[in-house]
Design a protein around this ligand. Sequence first.
Ligand code: HEC
Ligand code: HEC
Length: 434
Amino acid sequence: MSKSPNLVLPAIGGIALMLGAAYGFSSRNYGADTIALLEDRVEKAEARVSTASDKAKAEAERITALELAVVEAQEQAAKGTNLTSPAPQMDGTYGLGRVAMAEEIAAWDVDVLPDGRGLPVGSGNAFDGEEVFADKCASCHGDFAEGVDNWPVLAGGFDTLADEDPVKTVGSYWPHLSTVYDYVYRSMPFGEAGTLTPDETYAIVAYILYSNDLIDDEFELSNENLADFDMHNKDGFVVDDRPDLEYATWRAEPCMENCKDAVEITMRSVFLVETPPEGGTNSMMNPAKVEGLPSFSADGPSFIPEAAPKPVKAAVEPAPEPAKADDGDALIEAGKKVFKKCKACHQVGDGAKNKTGPHLNDLFGRTFGSVDGFKYSNTFKTALEEGRVWDEASLAEFLSKPKAYMKGTKMSFSGLKKDSDLQAINAYLATFGN
Ligand code: HEC
Ligand code: HEC
């Protein structure tokens, strides 16, 4: 402790030295600094005065203008003019808008009619269309127009129109090809409507026809032949003649005999648990009681009782996931992706069912056309009789050109073009074997 004064003293000496130096430095400039500071203040004060006087001038001008307006209004009123009447009409029009230009009308006037009216000059084939389709449409509608997830399917469904749950596609359902052109040109790609050229549209429409097996890929669709193209369902629509042919047979004189003498309310529907099968008096009372409110009877009071408890729905079991492919195996993963093109029609994995196509479990080693309960085409029936058996080679050949390999097959699928896709799908399907 005895040492501390020695430590403090030199420190104080140091501070004194510094203060001295600072004083010496500033006192030399003191006079000039003060003058600058004072000049600055004067300048600022002058600026404030001049803005204030500008403002005052502006206010004064405004007041003069208002005074003038009041005087004018008083003069008008003295002459008896109605100040609130609308401005006089100049020439009988509102003077708004202008005549639309021919170019503007042309941009809106894109509708195409079944007889071909409205088609722009142009052409395209499925071969070119495939490229545009892959680029602009496949992300939602699938590479083969088979639809991705819940996006619309544009191909297939031909033999389903009479089913309870028909697959209505461009191919199976639309009666006029002009609608396809018009719809696609006008509104697709979804979110980027209006970006297609006429030639691109002809090519895409050709590709959709090709995906539906309605043309081959060399067919050149153009404004010349589009209207003459016969769609699958062209005769499937009829003019509604029910008012003439059918309504009369349903209409009969109402029966007005044997009526009840008096009408009596026996039950209010809000009190019923559900619509009684027999009607009226056999109805069941809603057993629900609402606390604090009077209990009720058929005569009232009329308030809406608590809903009767609904039967608890058994939890829906999630659809069985297809067996998990080995994550490490890139080829199987790739195959799983390729299988998206098949998914619209085929299932694999536990609980796989026949859909548009047969399930594909245990495919390798399976005889062609042998899944129970699936209605195969004749070509597959014949293959079954011949005892042909699926292996990787036959599958690859089939999938690369289904219609060529199995002539007459009802599998509406144009084929996998890449070898890598064929290998991948082989590897993927092999994981669902035994
Ligand atoms: C971003 C997703 C998406 C893209 C990309 C897309 N579409 Fe669509 N498409 C849809 C949706 C959604 C509908 C249904 C629209 C509706 O019903 O209003 C549809 C409907 C259609 C239909 C009518 C289907 C039917 O049966 O009613 C056709 C034809 C069609 N699209 C063709 C095309 C073409 C051709 C392209 C590429 C140029 C394309 N779409 C790109 C989402 C898309
Ligand atoms: C648009 C529907 C559809 C698509 C898409 C589709 N298929 Fe098919 N597939 C069928 C139909 C229908 C059959 C039955 C063919 C017949 O009876 O002529 C079938 C038959 C088969 C068969 C023969 C099965 C047997 O029991 O002999 C195999 C294998 C097959 N498909 C694999 C595939 C694969 C793999 C894909 C995807 C790359 C695919 N399919 C895409 C509808 C489809």
